[in-house]
Design a protein around this ligand. Structure first.
Ligand code: URA
Length: 208
């Protein structure tokens, strides 16, 4: 199973605040950042470390550092940007590759309009960031974009996932692990997650 729901009292508490109608834009933004920190922490649990010698106040000791190249974080414009500051709080030296994908309102199919990856992204682990895994079409399009670059170790974090989106990703990309703060009930006829959050991008950026 490639979906992991992160159960934690702090996450549940913050997710409920996020769902409330009376949560102001600045609070919404701040909660998204805080939950993204927890999700990143959990998604990166399997990072490999290597030992090295450090000088401490007690003399030489064995420390650990994360091995391999710096991770590449790939937020999906626009809403994924709202999670990026939380992710970078945990891994400040990560590289950032940006993709722009929006979904056609009628067909719900993903339309790609921007891509800027590190030249050497193929040798990096990738963390895709998007708050709402609804139909899964945008996430799938981005997974395919990074796989085309030859990336092998791919993970994704989202705030809310719908079973339809999870199935869509799992069918074709079972190797990609998805970490979510909540798995909601279903999608409505417009592809919105129910109960979900409404339009996450609008809420993060205060555009509506
Ligand atoms: N995008 C959103 O912002 N919300 C949804 O419920 C689905 C897609």
């Amino acid at each position: 199973m490639s979906i992991k729901i992160i159960h934690h009292p702090l996450i549940d508490h913050k997710m409920s605040l996020l769902r409330r109608n009376d949560t102001a834009t600045y609070q919404f933004r701040s909660l998204v950042k805080e939950i993204s920190i927890f999700l990143t922490y959990e998604a990166l649990r399997s990072l490999k470390t290597r030992e090295y010698q450090v000088e401490t106040w007690q003399g030489k000791s064995t420390g650990k550092k994360i091995s391999g190249k710096k991770l590449s974080v790939v937020p999906i414009l626009r809403a994924g940007f709202g999670m990026l500051n939380g992710v970078l709080e945990v891994i400040p030296s990560a590289r950032v590759g940006i993709v722009g994908v929006y979904r056609d309102k009628k067909t719900l199919k993903p339309i790609k309009y921007y891509k800027k990856f590190n030249d050497d992204i193929s040798s990096r682990s990738v963390l895709i960031v998007d708050p709402m895994l609804a139909t899964g079409n945008s996430m799938k399009a981005v997974i395919e974009m990074v796989k085309r670059e030859n990336c092998k170790d791919i993970k994704a974090i989202c705030l809310v996932a719908a079973p339809e989106g999870v199935k869509n990703i799992t069918n074709d990309h079972d190797d990609v692990q998805i970490f979510t703060a909540a798995l909601d009930d279903h999608l409505d006829e417009n592809g919105y997650i129910i109960p979900g959050l409404g339009d996450a991008g609008d809420k993060i950026f205060g555009t509506k």
